[in-house]
Design a protein around this ligand. Structure first.
Ligand code: ZN
Ligand code: ZN
Length: 369
């Protein structure tokens, strides 16, 4: 399966010009053999000093199948135990880099990709994504989500030059990881609803093409979800394709807006561990729980709107007392306030809401077919 990135270059009705930085996306069994050919005398032949960044788990999972590639590269293996995309991991990787290195191969999932794209950006060199699980939709992202001084920060870095997703590798990933990737895509029921609502009530920019790409990702996951636990090759490839398409939708609009709404905010809040202790849950698993909580709430609100039981109240501004109570002790209050300045809710005009018909409100269970 090849995803043609030229497809996205045509003019768009949203009025913006969209760019895809990724040059090549291969999702198939035996993809790493193609990577070898690309390094030998294909589009990657100019890179003579590649380095692999992986962790102890992803190294063990790929050591055999990628033997020839490991042999020709420098290899940085980070300890998978408690590994996070933070200063410590970046420092360890930096210590093992040398100035000759001209290409990074990120062999792993989210954390390895975030570390790799950050380092690639710092060194001004490209990186290749080799996903070892269909666990998240950020493989083609151009921003790195890093934990800097305890706060999650989105740091501009680089998108991969190519994605080489070998079904023989990612279909055999731990089942919880691939399930978490599927849940991440199902979360789009909420993120797409949020985007549409923000467009309707606050006039926020919305690109119909990116929106449709996320709907396509949803349809793909709905069609393949049953075969993922049994490692069905086609179904796993469809899951990976859905994750890549979702990532490309973010890339064309230059933000995570198409793929991340209230369900992701919940996931990020739980990850900050200010209202809960440490959770042994993957990102997609938290998104899945956020999705269920949001669906309940949104349908409740939709029913109330249809009954005419919803009333518009005056917005009183950011809930400073609540925020102070929750975030001050952990020292995160300042960061939270900074992120919400200017107040995003200011853009919602009450008069505008009054004028809207209850029939603008859709049943979210019905989107994406
Ligand atoms: Zn996500
Ligand atoms: Zn557009």
């Amino acid at each position: 399966m090849r995803v043609d990135t030229d497809d996205f270059a045509r003019p768009c009705s949203c009025g913006r010009e969209h760019h895809i930085e990724v040059k090549e996306i291969i999702i198939e069994a035996g993809a790493v053999e193609k990577l070898e050919v690309m390094l030998d005398d294909g589009m990657l032949r100019e890179y003579i000093s590649p380095v692999i960044i992986c962790d102890t788990n992803t190294f063990a999972a790929t050591e055999e199948i990628m033997e020839n590639i490991y042999d020709r590269c420098e290899v940085i293996i980070l300890d998978a135990e408690g590994l996070q995309a933070d200063q410590r991991a970046v420092e360890v990787a930096f210590q093992n880099m040398d100035d000759e290195m001209d290409l990074i191969l990120a062999v792993g999932t989210g954390t390895i990709h975030d570390i790799s794209r950050y380092i690639a950006h710092e060194y001004g060199i490209p990186f290749i994504s080799v996903p070892t699980a269909a666990s998240m939709d950020g493989f083609v992202s151009s921003v790195a989500t890093m934990t800097w001084n305890g706060l999650k920060k989105t740091i501009p870095s680089v998108a991969p030059l190519c994605v080489i997703a070998d079904t023989d590798i990612f279909s055999k990933a731990p089942k919880r990881l691939n399930a978490s990737g599927a849940a991440n895509i199902l979360g789009k029921y909420i993120s797409l609803a949020d985007w549409r609502i923000a467009n309707l009530v606050a006039g926020e920019y919305l690109c119909e093409r990116a929106y449709e790409m996320e709907e396509q990702a949803l349809r793909l996951v709905k069609s393949c979800i049953r075969g993922i636990p049994s490692e069905d090759e086609d179904d796993c490839e469809n899951l990976m394709k859905a994750l890549i398409i979702s990532g490309l939708a973010m890339q064309i609009v230059g933000s995570s807006r198409p793929a991340s709404g209230a369900e992701h905010h919940m996931s990020h809040l739980w990850k900050m561990e200010v209202i809960n202790g440490h959770l042994d849950a993957y990102h997609g698993e938290k998104v899945g729980v956020g999705l269920l909580l949001c669906i309940d709430k949104y349908n409740q609100i939709a029913r109330a709107i249809r009954r005419g039981a919803c009333h518009i109240v005056k917005y009183e501004g950011i809930e400073n007392v609540l925020l102070k109570r929750i975030f001050q002790e952990s020292g995160k209050l300042e960061g939270i306030l900074e992120e919400n300045t200017p107040d995003p809710l200011i853009a919602v005009v009450p008069e505008h809401l009054e004028k809207m018909s209850p029939y603008d409100c859709v049943d979210y269970r019905g989107t994406a077919g």
